[in-house]
Every structure is written in structure tokens, then in C-alpha cells.
Design a protein around this ligand. Structure first.
Ligand code: MG
Length: 233
């Protein structure tokens, strides 16, 4: 079979071979490693949990966090001159702190009483690559603000946990107001960033594990950390 290929700006046509019609492949696609359940092809939750645990235990999760934190650090180190006092914004859970011990012991479930008891232990370890980013910022006169969806009532225990994990000297720590009614965290978190910029800061980088940490503007660059364990709108 021959087909015609018309060159742009070229007077002549060129004959090129066209592949003969091939039979449609009928082989089934390889099934997902997480299974395919029912008419909707849903993954199997037990297999997903196993995969997330392997992602953590292999060190790959931390390596992926480290790669993103390194990107953010590079961005801070090469920041273009601009108006305003430079600033970094960090989320807390699964960003600055890892709740892995609780995720594992609760089998990735969320029960508010269990979660609050865990928060009250103030024992979440740092995500070390993010702590390195924090320290880099502080050493380079870049202000650091935490914006968390934890409630104001957890301020004392959260500050205690951050200090125990090696964070200190932050420039602001914002908690979700008790009367916040929105389903999405975006209005709250972007609103706090707006207030920070209104105070004369220029937010160079905003780092979080949820898209809702990052949407809504008021940051030059956003950096998304991986978190396959839960989703917050
Ligand atoms: Mg988070």
C-alpha cells in the first residue's frame, strides 16, 4: 500500500509506504498489580496497603520525599531577586512530620479518637529531608511558616512535637480555625498564604503532601510530596 505525504512548502509529493492493516490485538492487558475487582475494575484495598507498606519499608517513599525537598532547596538557592522578605511555607503532617507509626498501627484507617491520641503523644518523627530544607531556609534568612489543618486546640502538643523533631525558630504556625466549615482545605490554606504575603513576605516555595496544600496561589513554586496513604480535599 502506498500513501501520499504532502511536504509543507514543497511542491512535490513523496510516496511513502503505509503499514498494512494489522489485526487488532486481542490479548488481555496485564492486570493491575493491585487487582481488578468487580465491574468497575476497582483495585483491591489489601493489595494497595501491602504496596504502600513496601513503598515505605524499601526506603523509596523517603527517597521520593528527598528528591522533592532537594528540588525545593535548589529553588531557594537560586531564587531570583524580587520584592519582599523571602519565605518558605510547609505543611506539617506527612510533610514536616511523618505519622508513619500511626498509619502502620492503624492499618491506614482513620478514627478521630485514635488519631488525636497519636497527636497527643507528640512523637511523630521528622521527615528528615524536609527538616533539612527547613534548616537551609533558616540559615539563609528565609522565613518559614507552617500551615496545618490541625485545629488550634492541638497547638501546644504540635509545637512540642515539632521541637522534639528538630524544628525550632519558625516564623509562624497557623492552625485551622475551629469554626472552619469548608470541605476543602484550599480556602483556609491559600487564605493564610495571602495574609503572609500581605505582611510583606514573598513566598518562594510551598511544600505539602496534598494538592489542597498547594492550590490557590500565593507561592512562586509548589512542591508536591508523595502520600499514597490518604487524601485530603
Ligand atoms: Mg499533610
Amino acid at each position: 500500500m502506498l500513501g501520499l505525504l504532502w511536504g509543507t512548502g514543497c511542491e512535490r509529493s513523496v510516496s511513502v509506504p503505509v503499514a498494512p492493516e494489522m489485526p487488532v490485538a486481542t490479548e488481555a492487558k496485564p492486570s493491575s498489580p493491585f487487582g481488578s475487582e468487580g465491574s468497575q475494575g476497582l483495585p483491591n484495598l489489601g493489595l494497595l496497603k501491602n504496596a504502600i507498606t513496601a513503598y515505605h519499608d524499601s526506603g523509596a517513599w523517603n527517597a521520593d520525599i528527598a528528591a522533592v525537598a532537594a528540588d525545593a532547596m535548589r529553588y531557594l538557592s537560586t531564587m531570583a531577586p524580587g520584592e519582599g522578605k523571602p519565605a518558605l511555607v510547609l505543611d506539617i503532617d506527612e510533610t514536616s512530620l511523618s505519622n508513619w507509626p500511626n498509619l502502620k498501627s492503624s492499618d491506614y484507617g482513620y478514627v478521630s479518637a485514635v488519631w488525636n491520641a497519636w497527636v497527643n503523644t507528640a512523637s511523630a518523627p521528622a521527615n528528615e529531608p524536609v527538616r533539612d530544607l527547613y534548616r537551609y531556609a533558616k540559615q539563609h534568612q528565609i522565613a518559614v511558616f507552617f500551615i496545618t489543618a490541625r485545629p488550634e486546640s492541638q497547638r501546644a502538643v504540635t509545637e512540642k512535637n515539632l521541637r522534639a523533631a528538630g524544628y525550632d525558630g519558625w516564623d509562624g504556625l497557623f492552625f485551622q480555625p475551629d469554626d472552619y466549615k469548608e470541605t476543602s482545605k484550599v480556602p483556609y490554606k491559600s487564605g493564610e498564604r495571602r495574609k503572609i504575603t500581605e505582611r510583606g513576605y514573598r513566598i518562594l516555595a510551598n511544600v505539602g503532601d496534598q494538592q489542597s496544600d498547594l492550590l490557590g496561589g500565593y507561592a512562586e513554586r509548589t512542591f508536591k510530596l508523595p502520600n499514597p496513604a490518604y487524601y485530603i480535599p
